[in-house]
Design a protein around this ligand. Sequence first.
Ligand code: NAD
Length: 300
Amino acid sequence: TAQIIDGRSYAAALRAEVRERIAMLHGRTGLTPGLAVVLVGQDPASEVYVRAKGKQAVEAGMRSFEHRLPSDTRAENLLDLIHRLNDDRQVHGILVQLPLPAHLDTRAVINAISPVKDVDGFHISNVGMVGTGQDAIVPCTPLGCMMMLRQYHADFRGMTALVIGHSNIVGKPMARLLLNADCTVMVSHKHSTNIPDLARMADIVVVAAGVPGLVRAEWIKPGATVIDVGINRIERDGKPALVGDVDFENVRRVAGAITPVPGGVGPMTIACLLANTLSAFCHQNGLEDQPLLMSQQDPK
Ligand code: NAD
């Protein structure tokens, strides 16, 4: 049976590393990294994420600035706020919690963030740089997946990966990072008709589809590493439960290593946000940005 990849303990290690680095840099320079989180409207899941991000930023020794705007906020007011945060020297990372209310143009809002402060890595300039293998801010969820994969695979050359899901926030950047690391990468999505066959060829399967139980044991090459990004709220035996996109109980019998849900990718995502904010802070202050231990080497 598979090794369970303990995202909680990796995330705790990464947070501890970020905290120590911040304390050290603060001692040397008197400066403190700041993370601004903007929430428009009252989506309950977004509320939970925003609170967790603020809390963990403070625990890591950062300043946290939360900006809550009403759901009928006009585009120009949101853009004004982003421009102010771009100019604010106490703010090194800016994150606009998605999804935005439908009347706002998400692309325009994200691209208004200064690319050096875009700690989600969604700005077109960061996307383009990651796509061309340049130094850039990498989106948190795929970055966390890469960090966990690197604990199990020192070298992706000669390996084959299947990414299931091709969203801009998970699937596509995940595929690019694996490709940058010289992995052979297949990308699939809801219009793909041969996913089981592709999966059987894969040494690494990363799934971010939002479909509970999608990935089945028969699809998995024995010994493969399975990373489950999915977060689905379902009802099981009349009780609410949180599950991923993988049929965990059966897949774990075939896979070599697997992330659980909860306790896998989820905790790493916020820890990577803190790591991205620390690098953005270093970059903006001309401080040396040593790669964090957990990340080993960032894939370019
Ligand atoms: P999305 O809805 O934007 O994209 C879903 C992708 O999956 C699309 O590319 C779609 O074509 C594909 N897909 C849908 N059904 C499929 C099927 N039956 N077979 C193959 N592909 C299929 O979602 P997203 O934002 O990329 O998120 C995906 C999942 O990951 C969700 O469950 C989300 O909650 C979760 N998520 C988790 C984290 C985390 O930190 N753990 C972060 C982001 C998203």
